[in-house]
Design a protein around this ligand. Sequence first.
Ligand code: NAP
Length: 544
Amino acid sequence: MANALAASGVTLVGGKEWPGGDDGFRAHDPRSGEETGPVFYTADARAVSAAISHAQAAFARAGGSAPIDALLAVADLLDDHATQIVAQSAVETGLTRERLAGEVARTSGQLRFMAELARRGERLDATIDRADAAAGRPELRRVGMPIGPVAVFGSSNFPIAFSVLGGDTASALAAGCPVLVKAHESHPATSELCGRLMVRALEDCGYDQGWFALLQGRSRALGQGLAGAPQIRAVAFTGSLQGGRALFDAANRRPDPIPVYAEMGSSNPVFVTAAAAKRRGGRIADALAASLTGSAGQLCTKPNLIVLADGPDGEELERVLAAAFAAQPVQPLLNRQVRDGFLASMRAASALEDVVALSAQAGEAGGTRNLALTSSSTSEAEGSFVVGGTLLGASLEALLFHETLRAEHFGPGGVVVRCREEDFTKVAERLEGSLTATIHLETEEALTWSALVALLASKAGRVIVNGVPTGVAVVRAMHHGGPYPATTSARDTSVGAAAIDRFLRPVCFQDVPDALLPPALRDGNPLGIWRRVDGELTGPASAV
Ligand code: NAP
């Protein structure tokens, strides 16, 4: 039976509640737009400084090891408290309980996955090249070492899986780096509940509380301060292009620039060939409608741009897609900023020449705004965050000319273009870096599309054939990243085993005596991990 867990409006530093702070704020219930829950205070400079000191001390004491047992313990605690956390999160985000329950399962699974990777030393890339006297080469041993305290920015759209206990936190801790989380202001109570679980897990397993701090706040200064703090060695972020870029710039202005792993906006284009539209247009349309509107379109992998081969089958697919889109349930958006941003971006796109509204979600009577609003305002201070989605249709020329049509529209909306198959390449060439790129094709025509697939691979971190981009599996082969502006570091991923690599820095030890080496490199292989010795992969039981 899980112990009761309650949010009281606190920041957590050194395992303790931090009293007070700078200006107060409350979460909003997206269904009504009304304030909800306790007042939270933005963590003040003293809280940040104390959290950093605790993190540094914990890091120094750990000697390069990761708090593996705490990752496992917090995964169990999260599962035990799933009902409470889902209920709290539903109030603060407006996301469905079903979706949030899935997030809890994904998050606890991810915590266990990261713990297992840390236990196996899988991402350390421990490599030993013994001395070669004949060649006059010294002994060289290389391993990934944790970089130090990391600042993690919780996202608004994944209140559990990309927030306090999410992938960035799990992978940084698995690397052996203490974490300071800047909670997202939209769901502070959910963040507090998750933070309390981490504190409890550290305590139960006898770890230093400096491994984790939860900093509440609605403040650019807090985020900027973390990115600029000399002791912080990396930043992990999920959110807007503006926010990610601002933190990237702040980190690069430092006398000692640090990496910022920011996952930001992405167009996630989908191409559908004439043959695919002919054979299974209806199924593709249904899948795309669900992918466009699931979680109210607030997924980083939501398809924003759908390119259909022109012709009767493409036209029919567009018609079925429009009908399926209109029938999807309307949900609230996460917060006022997301709502206003979505309305502004869709209104800007719809006002362009050669752009028409193909479909609008009907929504509940009286409670729904959508793009068909006659109002030209992009900010509606009052009322719920429920917005009916809109699907736009644009000409090829308009798409190629206007960046707005190729950009992310964060919310339940997207742009459909019908054009000749010969023009698919022209569209792909105009696209910026993206997390994903998708093509629907028939097997017999696959080779026809090899050049387009190669082009898409140069633009995106994940290329999908005959699927939808939403849904990101937490497995070793996943890459959730992409060229700028999808992320600030195209070679890195925020999901999957390689997410740990962001927080490890390779160090090569030359002719260093065994007793002075990190355990991962010692002769006896005391950690029992896979290593590469003189070019050969050796198992956990192998010593040098
Ligand atoms: P956001 O505005 O980028 O905020 C995310 C976090 O970064 C918050 O904690 C925020 O702090 C902080 N932050 C933002 N700008 C900052 C700056 N200049 N300096 C320091 N810290 C900064 O993202 P959001 O609130 O989640 O949503 C806003 C928009 O981001 C959405 O409308 C959508 O367009 C986009 N978004 C995209 C994705 C995606 O996966 N592609 C996900 C989420 C959001 P404060 O709030 O305390 O200022």
